[in-house]
Design a protein around this ligand. Structure first.
Ligand SMILES: *Cc1c(COP(=O)(O)O)cnc(C)c1O
Length: 222
């Protein structure tokens, strides 16, 4: 258990201060592990399954900021709409529309990231650039959501050149959207990329939010 707090401290020491937000990815780890990190000051946690997220939300302190980072089915949005801090995995207009509707039912706006497909693997979810631009051009139709930025998952590889290419591609796309559509607003500000194995490269390529699981909590146990 002490391990979690030590690992968290080690990772934080490698981040450039407040410029990068650390999301501790607690999926498949029990509430006790989350509390270890919580007691060390961590407040942002990421989960990828709605059921697990809801259970932990009920059980744990209310000042935790919960991030839904995995693929989200439209019919499950209402289960998290009252409390989720940010949804990282918006990969269709239909999903964005549902998040907006459910947010309005709860009199709130939900921060979302558009998940952009950057990996070479077939299996990863996400939008291509054309689809993302289409959503951004229509975002004023969805008053219940605030599009805070972009999220991407690189190919699962140790090839640094490949990782850098994927991250920098998303970094450029982010800057292009920001200057074309959000130049007068501070709202579009999050570029979320990087996990345990590749977050240092992601930060070098412009990431300002990282999602780190196994490097904090160890291998998944639940
Ligand atoms: C599990 C997961 C992570 C964290 O992965 P680690 O390699 O354990 O750091 C990050 N992002 C998403 C979307 C995940 O599902």
């Amino acid at each position: 258990m002490v391990d979690i707090q030590n690992r968290l401290k080690d990772i934080k020491s490698t981040l450039p201060g407040d410029a990068v937000t650390l999301i501790a990815v607690s999926k498949n780890h029990p509430s006790e592990s989350i509390m270890e990190a919580y007691e060390a000051g961590q407040r942002d946690f990421g989960e990828n399954r709605v059921q697990e997220l809801c259970g932990k939300y009920e059980a744990l302190p209310r000042d935790i900021q919960w991030h839904l980072i995995g693929h989200l089915q439209t019919n499950k949005v209402r289960q998290i709409a009252s409390f989720v801090s940010m949804i990282h995995s918006v990969d269709s207009l239909r999903l964005l529309e549902e998040i907006s509707l459910q947010a309005i039912r709860h009199n709130r706006q939900i921060d979302v990231l558009l998940q952009i497909y950057i990996a070479e693997e077939e299996s990863k979810f996400g939008l291509d650039q054309t689809e993302a631009l289409d959503i951004i051009q229509h975002h004023s139709n969805f008053p219940g959501v605030r599009i805070s930025g972009l999220m991407g998952m690189a190919t699962n590889t140790s090839n640094e050149i490949q990782l850098r290419k994927e991250f920098s591609g998303l970094g450029h796309f982010f800057q292009q959207i920001k200057s074309s559509y959000f130049s007068d607003e501070v709202s579009f500000s999050v570029l979320c990329m990087g996990m345990s194995g590749d977050y240092k490269i992601a930060i070098e390529e412009g990431s300002n939010m990282v999602r780190i699981g196994s490097a904090i909590f160890g291998d998944r146990v639940m």
